[in-house]
Design a protein around this ligand. Sequence first.
Ligand code: AMP
Ligand code: TRP
Length: 328
Amino acid sequence: MKRVLSGIQPSGQLTLGNYIGAMKNFVELQHSHQCYFMVVDHHAITVPQKPEALKEQTESVAALFIAAGIDPNKASVFLQSHVPAHTELGWLITTIAYMGELERMTQFKDKSAGKESVGAGLFVYPALMAADILLYNADLVPVGDDQKQHLELTRDVAHRFNQRYGETFRVPEPYIPQVGARIMSLDDASKKMSKSNPNPGSFIALLDPPDVIRKKISRAVTDSGREVKFDPENKPEVSNLMGIYSHCSDLSLQEIEAKYEGQGYGSFKKDLAEQVVATLEPIQQRYNEIRSSGAIYDILKKGAREASVIANATLNEAKQKMGFILPQ
Ligand code: AMP
Ligand code: TRP
């Protein structure tokens, strides 16, 4: 069975962008692949986190994985920090990646822009992400569009390592949705929907109550026309909403166009809000059950045990190839 690995940072509330861009594919791939899904807490600390908030968000993201439909008997769900092989291989990969490569990463440029002091971890973060993926010899990595560049770097360092030390790592492929790889902000379709946007009206959080979702969608920016038409270049706002609609219903973009022909944006937005509510309500219900049962800790323990077996074997192979003496 082919392997899949992905991770989400516990650095704030997850949004509909995370769900459509990444988690929905996690749920789909678990039926046909051997899957490893983790909460990347080591990545979250590359920007300052309050300890209490980090703890709460880590548990919350893990519970959302399960609530969204990941079956812990099919996929291993774990915390990155529970499998120390990640930070160890992360260091080894840091010595393989080049400064120039890391300097080109747009996420680093965005996150460090205008900051007086930037932690060195933010700079080497892509090397840790590469280690995450290579440890499992993952074939596929389901992510949103913004992670494509990090995946390219992962492929480059895997090739470099294999060339230098002999065939060790599988070179992974990104797995990116055709529509919805980049869900845009509700207040500005030139920016990606992000949990770190200071305007909460710009994103839909997976845990937003139904009335909040309805309000946010009714206030979402649209162009001055009235045609519900998929045309990302000329109608970026409506096209973004159509992508969300399509993911939250069984309708294709063409079917949505046909359904709202000649009707303007009003009924389209109203129906869209109901589709989003209907998608998120069952997830929220399961989320509340999981959080109150405390079941997540057993799931994470089992996941870390399963993940460690694969991760430790790959780490030892890489160390041996590099000339480390393994403990006897
Ligand atoms: P992060 O929240 O940065 O840890 O992202 C977790 C996953 O969600 C990654 O695969 C991202 O590419 C994906 N993602 C985050 N925001 C969006 C968005 N607005 N549209 C699509 N995918 C997204
Ligand atoms: N960098 C990713 C993000 O910000 C999260 C991540 C860390 C990841 N390690 C990963 C994603 C490994 C896929 C595979 O979204």
